[in-house]
Design a protein around this ligand. Structure first.
Ligand SMILES: NC(=O)c1ccc[n+]([C@@H]2O[C@H](COP(=O)([O-])OP(=O)(O)OC[C@H]3O[C@@H](n4cnc5c(N)ncnc54)[C@H](OP(=O)(O)O)[C@@H]3O)[C@@H](O)[C@H]2O)c1
Length: 302
């Protein structure tokens, strides 16, 4: 396998939405040329507009026909929504070989189990995605912040950093990646309060929503600890404060999906708390109320 951007890794993105386009732009800026994009809607000229930088027009067009898959790749960046993974499985099957590293740019905590059925003996590298990005339409992505990932302290994690840092990404390689997953998971879980109130992060400035958010974050921490994550006792407060002090118009990908009447990632972001809580005997009374409402909103928005 090649290991530096000078050698032009063979890399492609499956799921060229807000996050997929963001990291295709990073790879393009790192000198990897026209990054192939595999999706379900054929568009060209996708442009990523960072708030603090110049726009990047992706040179690759979205390929939608299975016969246009050209594998095996060195690197596959998977950025479909969690519930879209089974439908994207055919891309994974045709683009992966034993030498491929599949970087899973998704929320939730179950990255490896989720993609394992589709990738054979390829290496799976879970990633925590920290940068907020919003697809304004299928060709326009607004990126708020530096493209930022946390990955496990494994050889593939270090190679990914070598590959993408030259394109302007921040890649944190962490030995206790499991805890990092749960830090992001807590933020994911809290975003349910934006979905159910129909508000962006400014909603956390309300005292009553802050109180509810704190209780939900503590519930998430209890499940996280049962799963072996090691979070600081002050973490719940820090996370709710972080949301309350963001620009009040900051959204979340699940809120954008709700606003567009699309299926929601409710199971990976909230349902998982009930599932894992039940497994460990950790009560999840708040999630037990929120999850059916999220699922109902996802099922039939009308
Ligand atoms: N956006 C954020 O700020 C953010 C931040 C952190 C983490 N995340 C996580 O990152 C992941 C991706 O989120 P996102 O916001 O980038 O989602 P998104 O904008 O909805 O992008 C998903 C992309 O996948 C495509 N797709 C759907 N089904 C497909 C299939 N069967 N085969 C190939 N492509 C398919 C979609 O195509 P269509 O256009 O045809 O629907 C779209 O281009 C999620 O797990 C999310 O929770 C997002």
């Amino acid at each position: 396998m090649t290991s530096t951007s000078e050698q032009r890794e063979r890399l492609a993105v499956v799921g060229p939405g807000a996050i997929g386009a963001t990291f295709a732009a990073v790879a393009q800026r790192a000198g990897m040329g026209a990054v192939p994009l595999y999706g379900r809607t054929a568009v060209g000229g996708i442009t990523v507009h960072p708030d603090d930088g110049d726009p990047v027009v992706l040179a690759g067009e979205v390929r939608t026909a299975p016969e246009h898959a050209r594998g095996p790749l060195d690197w596959l960046l998977l950025a479909v929504k969690v519930h879209q993974t089974p439908d994207a499985g055919h891309w994974l099957r045709s683009l992966c070989g034993p030498e491929t590293v599949v970087v899973v740019l998704q929320n939730g905590v179950e990255h490896r189990d989720r993609v394992a059925p589709y990738v054979g003996s390829a290496t799976v590298l879970p990633a925590v995605v920290w940068c907020p990005a919003e697809g304004l339409d299928r060709r326009t992505v607004r990126l708020r912040g530096v493209p930022e990932l946390t990955v496990p302290d494994e050889p593939a994690g270090h190679r990914l950093a070598e590959l993408l840092v030259p394109g302007g990404a921040q890649i944190h390689v962490r030995p206790d990646f499991h805890t990092e997953l749960w830090r992001k998971m807590t933020m994911n879980a809290l975003a349910a309060l934006m979905v159910l109130s129909g508000r962006r992060s400014g909603v956390f400035r309300r005292a009553d929503v802050r109180t509810l958010g704190l209780a939900l974050a503590r519930e998430c921490m209890a499940v996280a600890e049962a799963e072996g994550a090691r979070l600081d006792p002050a973490f719940a407060e820090q996370m709710v404060d972080r949301l309350a002090t963001m620009p009040p118009d900051m959204g979340s990908s699940i809120l954008f999906d709700r606003a567009a009447d699309r299926t929601l990632e409710w199971d990976a972001r909230n349902g998982v708390l009930c599932r894992l809580g039940a497994r460990h005997g950790v009560p999840t009374p708040i999630s037990d109320v929120l999850v059916p409402l999220l699922a109902a909103a996802s099922d039939d928005p009308n």
